[in-house]
Design a protein around this ligand. Structure first.
Ligand SMILES: Cc1cc2nc3c(=O)[nH]c(=O)nc-3n(C[C@H](O)[C@H](O)[C@H](O)COP(=O)(O)OP(=O)(O)OC[C@H]3O[C@@H](n4cnc5c(N)ncnc54)[C@H](O)[C@@H]3O)c2cc1C
Length: 388
């Protein structure tokens, strides 16, 4: 199949349909590419990565100005993996010489890794349906059906923005659809959601001298936890201390938005306590993502919070051979939403699959564990930093 990344990811669907794979990975983002490298390290050879778009495409569709909040630092030489690395021996900080990459830069990094590790990838192939019959998974695409004995769902969340948040939320624009903050017209922005994406939008808009109001039902700017899955990152706190942010941005903590309406070209935002805010500019919704795991909900039991219920090796508890990788992974109260968190489960999934294929994995597990890439004991998670 032709490809705009230089013809490297060019296996054809006709060729691929003729085979039965040991594993098909759906999604060529950070999770899909990372778990593919772990599979190869564990000795699995007969696998394919499929993406509806191109390698790293979710990252390349971030707003141009948005950067990683987690810093990259080449710490591998002392056995500590760079925070934004998805594979043992890899450091985006070292290879890119950028501490906080943009989405486009990280997408390029993923493409470079796919080439370096010679990963088998079929791009521009949307998986429409996954079914399991007897021992085989059938993955239906527009052009035919792919088959495998295991599937890893690594389809992410960015392409599934949460638009159903309150009455009239469909009138807002989700931050995931913003190509560039500098190109947004208007001077008075209402932003609903004050976690990372909302503060990112407020920072860039206030830098452009726009007036910004940020509403959040909680108070992520004054959280008492050190876990960045709940509290704001250091990078964002630093940005909030910039002079323009102070001058141009007003924060409304503990403020639930009840509705947005549009009348005569003016948007009205009403809060639960009856306050009303007006602007001619389309409000921005930074309300998170519903996640692609809903697409495969028929293959997993669900937890109370509607995330997939997983076995201790991130396999479905009801459909053997169906695995989940990426930011939707949850175990008890542990949320694996950042790369440095969910990458620690790639080795667990790769090990389970390799062993099911009869491959000896002791060395692989030992190596991954030594790199902090094999987190099978979750009792250490959730510990808070000391106050000093
Ligand atoms: C604004 C923003 C900033 C962030 N900053 C950080 C940060 O600083 N540090 C950090 O660690 N994390 C950060 N994250 C989180 C991080 O981006 C995500 O965890 C990461 O993108 C998830 O990777 P993934 O591979 O699971 O999903 P994705 O990167 O979204 O990849 C999923 C892939 O699956 C493909 N796909 C989806 N559905 C199908 C289908 N049906 N068939 C075929 N292919 C399909 C898509 O085309 C896509 O390429 C940030 C997220 C956002 C939104």
């Amino acid at each position: 199949m032709p490809d705009d990344t230089g013809g490297l990811f060019d296996s054809s669907i006709q060729e691929n349909q003729a085979k039965t794979y040991d594993v098909i990975i759906v999604g060529a983002g950070a999770a899909g590419i990372g778990v593919a490298i772990a599979l190869a390290d564990a000795g699995v050879e007969n696998f394919l990565i499929v993406d509806r778009d191109t390698v790293g495409s979710s990252f390349s569709s971030w707003p141009d100005e948005t950067r990683f909040i987690t810093p990259s630092f080449p710490s591998n030489s002392i056995g500590m993996l760079d925070l934004n690395s998805i594979a043992v021996g890899v450091s985006p900080g070292y290879s890119m010489k950028i501490e906080h990459p943009t989405g486009a830069e990280f997408a390029q990094h993923l493409q470079d890794l796919a080439r370096y590790f010679k990963l088998p990838i079929q791009e521009n192939t949307d998986i429409k349906v996954i079914e399991k019959q007897q021992d085989l998974f059938y993955l239906t695409t527009d052009e035919g059906v792919l088959t495998s004995t295991n599937v890893i769902w690594a389809a992410g969340e960015y392409q599934y923005p949460n638009m159903d948040v309150f009455l009239g939320s469909e009138l807002c624009r989700h931050t995931a659809t913003v190509g560039n903050y500098a190109s947004l017209e208007g001077d008075d922005f209402l932003i609903i959601g004050g976690y990372e994406s909302g503060i990112d939008a407020a920072y860039h808009l206030s830098k452009l001298n726009k007036k910004v109001s940020v509403f959040d039902m909680n108070n992520p700017w004054d959280s008492t936890t050190s876990d960045p899955s709940v509290s704001l990152s250091v990078f964002s706190f630093e940005r909030m201390r910039s002079p323009n942010f102070h001058k141009k941005t007003e924060l409304f903590p503990g403020t639930q938005v009840n509705s947005v309406t549009l009348d005569n070209g003016v948007y009205e935002l009403e809060t639960e306590d009856g306050r009303r805010f007006h602007s001619e500019v389309q409000p921005l919704l930074a309300g998170g993502f519903s996640g692609s795991h809903n697409f495969v909900s028929h293959l997993f039991e669900q937890r109370e919070d509607s995330f997939p219920l997983l076995s201790e090796c991130d396999e479905s508890t009801v459909v053997p051979g169906m695995y989940l990788c990426g930011p939707s992974v949850r175990h008890d109260g542990h949320v694996f939403c950042f790369i440095y968190k969910y990458r620690q489960r790639f080795g667990i999934v790769a090990n389970a699959i390799a062993r099911s294929l009869g491959i000896e994995t002791d060395e692989f597990v030992k190596n991954y564990r030594s790199w902090g890439m094999y987190l099978d004991d979750l009792s250490c998670c959730g510990q808070e930093c000391l106050t000093c």
